[in-house]
Every structure is written in structure tokens, then in C-alpha cells.
Design a protein around this ligand. Structure first.
Ligand code: C5P
Ligand code: C5P
Ligand code: ZN
Length: 471
């Protein structure tokens, strides 16, 4: 991989002008920022275009600019046919489309030079793009080959990986992400802490951190603010310092230990097994150069802030923040974060109102026009990781978009280990009806023509049935 990265970096460094095209989610914004940061470092003129997906419309917008060279980050692998005439380089971690696969061996080969964009992608090396390396990570590998000074961007690669939930299954980053973590630690941008895994270590008042616990859910505390306050007071942890709520990062280490022990006791008393209890604590990544109590200090919070920008047409604000331009951008992003939180609560209510419909091989709900196409995937992801949901079949979610009906699908690692590959399900089912789809085995998406949901579900069920081995 490094050998190819070296060759591609030589190609990149020959350019006078590069158009970066990236995805609007946290990983995509982090990836695009790493690309722009390394192009600035190399003195290469560049511009950036954020896209929801690479479809005909997005390709048209790229071609309109007659770019000399395009750097696709966190996007491109799954839509290779559409961009195969565009000169450029792809650094992506999505499952590549068949048009990129070379030879009969099943091993993916880079295309012949000069014919289309070349690609650096973990799937070409037997790695899993949903776990081992993110779009920001693979972009970082190329950036580091361009100039070793670009290790200063390694923290963004960690934010990208965490934004794509690559630390979720194992409660730590694994695979090639660990090499990037070493770079980031060595460079002094990231510290690895073994800490509470609940969201909001730096900025959420502790009662809120407990109230919104999902993985594992805290019985009796989840959803109940006053119960969280009482719980903390009973174990001698003051919830306020003067008028201000205390956050997890304000607690002393003995208070943190006391709280974790109390949570473990609560979970044991509720009859939860070890596999749930051990999820309370795991690796967390602190961006030590960021101010204390800033949303940018914890990698998960940073990633959520980027999602709050990108999902609401403001990806460029997220990029400004990644590149260190904070003044106005940060205030605007914090406003967007408040909007995003409220929007997610509403989206989850919509899903609860409509109800989840169970079919033989999948379950689904339809957000209609009430959930944005850019947020339907996050909603499905949150639901799939919630304890109430049936984990024996993947969850599909629909929402209307300007381009057609957006579908997001989420699975669990157990379903994947039984053969399920949602990237194939989404691609094949969507392509059969003139749509497009792809992604990762555990999380994938598609856009299909209007009013074809039933037919899509039928096709998807058939593919799922053919993939899955019995339990
Ligand atoms: O487009 P991109 O690759 O950046 O997005 C990856 C998606 O996969 C994210 O929505 C992330 O939440 C999801 N994912 C998941 N479970 C995992 C790994 C990734 O739901 N274990
Ligand atoms: O949009 P959503 O979050 O559901 O996407 C899940 C994963 O599928 C992401 O990695 C996304 O980039 C990918 N995807 C894709 N092609 C699409 C839609 C989504 O590769 N048409
Ligand atoms: Zn990604």
C-alpha cells in the first residue's frame, strides 16, 4: 500500500491545480481537509467540492469545471464507472465497484495508468474498509507520502475513523488505524485514554451523559435526568460547581473511578452480562492541542460537530474548523450542532411514530419527507445500536430526496459474520432498478427511483437470503 502511495504521491506532486472532491459526512470532511492541507503544504493550487454521493449530477458538476486533476477522497470507489474518464486519484475505503476489479483472481488491481483515476483503497490489500481504515485515514497515508510534515494532519484521520464508527465494535480503533494513532501520539496531537465511552466527555454535564447512554443502556437512568442527578449525589459526586454543571472531564480521577464502579454495579444488578458491562469503558481519543472543555477535544464530539455541518449543507464550515480557522466558523458550527441534536431527536420520533415493519429477512421504516436524506443513515445507525431493536435482521430506512428515494441500511457485526454484505445488497438491488448504491458490509446506502420501495425490498430480501448462513 505504501509502495502505491509513494507512486501516487509523485503523480500528485507534479500537478499545478487539483480539485478535491469529497463526501459530506465527518469522515469525508476530515479526508477533504487532509487533502487540502497537504496541497497547501505542497504549494499546489486547489479547490474543494463536497458531494452527497457520486451520481450523474455530481459528475456533471465536476466536469463543468474542466479540472486538470481530481483528488477524490472518501468517495469514488463505488462509482468508478462514472468517473473512469476523469484524470485523478482516489483515496477511498468503500467497497470498489466491479469496473475497478482487475483479473480473474478476485484481487483488485489498479487500472492501467492514464485511463482513469488510480486508487488507494484498503480493500485492494485484504483490509476491511469499514473497520481498518477510514476515508480520512487512506487520504492521510497519501498525504504523508507527499511530505512527512503532514503527520500534523494525523489527528484528523483519527476524527474521520471515529466519525465512521470504526472504534465501535472493539471499543478501540484497529487495523491500519493503529499506525495512524501511533503517528498522532508521536506527533503530540492525540492521546489515547482508557475512559468512559459515553458521548460527551468534554462538554456534556455528567447527568446528561448518563441520561443519553445507549451502549450499554443504563437501566433506571436512561432518559431520566432527575434519576441521574440522584444517582450521582448518592455516590458523593457533586453535579454542579457553583452554578455550572460539571462535565466528565471536570471529575477527579477518584470520582471517575467511583462512578464507573457504581455503573458496573448497576448493570450487574440489572442482570446484564459481561459483554455489555465491559462496553462502559474503552479507548477514547483526546485531541490534546485543542482547548479543554471544547467540543474539538474529544474525537467523537469533534466528528459529531463535522456531521452537524456537512449534513446541513455547510461542509465548508467543518473544513475551516479542521484546518484550524476557528473564529467565526466555530460559533456557526456550534449553532449547527444544536440544530443537529434537535433534528436527530425528531427523526427518532418519526421512526417511532411510523413503526418498524418486520419482513422475513429485514426490517424497515419510511421517513418520507420528514427525515432528511442526509440524516436518515445516522437515524438508522442509532436505532440499530439501540438495545430495543431486533438484531436478527438488518434495518433499512427510506427517505425522500430530490434525486429519488434514499435508502440507508445498517447491520451488526454478527450478521456480517454470517455472510451479510450490505454493500452488495444495496448495489445489486439498486442497479436492477436503475438506481445506484454501495458502501460497506455493515453499513451501506442507495438511491432508487420514486415509488419503487416495495420492489426494492423484495430484491434486497432475495439477496440477503442468498448471502446469509443459518445461525
Ligand atoms: O461513507 P462512509 O464510509 O464515510 O460512512 C460509513 C458509515 O458506516 C457511517 O455511517 C458509519 O456510521 C457506518 N458504520 C456502522 N457500523 C460500523 C462501521 C461503520 O454503522 N461498525
Ligand atoms: O448514506 P448512508 O449513511 O446510509 O451510507 C452508508 C454508507 O454507504 C456510507 O459509507 C456511504 O458512503 C455509502 N453509500 C454509497 N453509495 C450510495 C449511498 C451510500 O456507497 N449511493
Ligand atoms: Zn468514510
Amino acid at each position: 500500500m505504501h509502495h502505491l502511495a509513494r507512486k501516487l504521491s509523485e503523480e500528485m506532486l507534479k500537478r499545478n491545480e487539483v480539485l478535491v472532491v469529497t463526501h459530506i459526512d465527518a469522515d469525508g470532511i476530515a479526508a477533504g481537509s487532509i487533502a487540502c492541507g497537504s496541497l497547501t503544504q505542497a504549494g499546489i493550487d486547489h479547490d474543494i467540492l463536497f458531494v452527497k454521493s457520486l451520481d450523474d449530477d455530481a459528475t456533471g458538476r465536476i466536469l463543468e469545471r474542466s479540472p486538470e486533476f481530481v483528488w477524490f477522497t472518501d468517495i469514488g470507489a463505488g462509482s468508478y464507472d462514472l468517473i473512469s474518464e476523469i484524470p485523478g486519484i482516489i483515496t477511498d475505503h468503500h467497497v470498489p465497484s466491479e469496473s475497478f476489479a482487475g483479473g480473474d483472481s478476485g484481487r483488485l488491481l489498479p487500472p492501467i495508468r492514464g485511463k482513469g483515476p488510480n486508487m488507494l483503497n484498503p480493500h485492494m490489500y485484504g483490509l476491511d474498509g469499514s473497520l481498518d481504515l477510514s476515508g480520512a485515514g487512506v487520504t492521510y497515508i497519501l498525504a504523508k507520502e507527499m511530505n512527512s510534515e503532514n503527520v500534523r494532519l494525523s489527528g484528523l484521520a483519527i476524527v474521520g475513523a471515529v466519525g465512521d464508527m470504526q472504534d465501535q465494535n472493539h471499543r478501540r480503533l484497529i487495523g491500519s488505524n493503529r499506525k495512524i494513532l501511533s503517528d498522532a501520539e508521536e506527533h503530540g496531537s492525540v492521546r489515547i485514554d482508557t475512559d468512559i465511552r459515553y458521548f460527551g466527555r468534554e462538554t456534556r454535564p455528567v447527568p446528561r451523559l448518563l441520561k443519553y447512554s445507549t451502549d450499554p443502556l443504563l437501566p433506571g437512568l436512561n432518559g431520566n435526568h432527575s434519576a441521574c442527578v440522584t444517582f450521582l449525589e448518592e455516590i458523593g459526586i457533586p453535579v454542579k460547581a457553583g452554578d455550572d454543571w460539571r462535565c466528565w472531564s471536570d471529575l477527579s480521577s477518584s470520582e471517575k473511578q467511583r462512578l464507573v464502579s457504581a455503573l458496573v454495579t448497576l448493570l450487574l444488578e440489572s442482570g446484564l452480562g459481561r459483554e455489555h458491562i465491559e462496553r462502559v469503558v474503552g479507548e477514547c481519543y483526546t485531541l490534546v492541542q485543542e482547548k479543554e472543555k471544547s467540543v474539538l477535544r474529544d474525537a467523537k464530539e469533534f466528528a459529531t460537530l463535522l456531521n452537524s455541518c456537512g449534513r446541513y449543507d455547510k461542509a465548508e464550515i467543518g473544513m475551516e474548523i479542521c484546518l484550524g480557522n476557528r473564529e467565526e466558523s466555530l460559533d456557526e458550527a456550534l449553532n449547527l450542532l444544536r440544530t443537529h441534536r434537535g433534528y436527530l431527536v425528531e427523526s427518532l420520533k418519526v421512526a417511532a411514530d411510523t413503526g418498524i415493519i418486520e419482513l422475513d429477512h429485514l426490517q424497515y421504516f419510511h421517513g418520507g419527507t420528514r427525515i432528511k436524506d442526509t440524516v436518515i443513515g445516522i437515524t438508522a445507525g442509532i436505532l440499530m445500536s439501540s438495545p430495543e431493536i431486533d438484531k436478527s435482521r438488518p434495518l433499512f430506512a427510506f427517505a425522500h430526496s430530490d434525486e429519488g428515494v434514499k435508502v440507508s441500511a445498517r447491520a451488526t457485526k454478527t450478521l456480517v459474520s454470517r455472510g451479510l454484505d450490505l454493500s452488495v445488497v444495496m448495489r445489486e438491488a439498486a442497479e436492477t432498478m436503475g438506481g445506484a448504491g454501495g458502501g460497506h458490509n455493515v453499513a451501506a446506502g442507495a438511491t432508487i427511483p420514486y415509488n419503487r420501495e416495495e420492489e426494492f425490498l423484495e430484491l434486497a430480501q432475495n439477496i440477503i437470503m442468498s448471502q446469509m448462513r443459518p445461525e
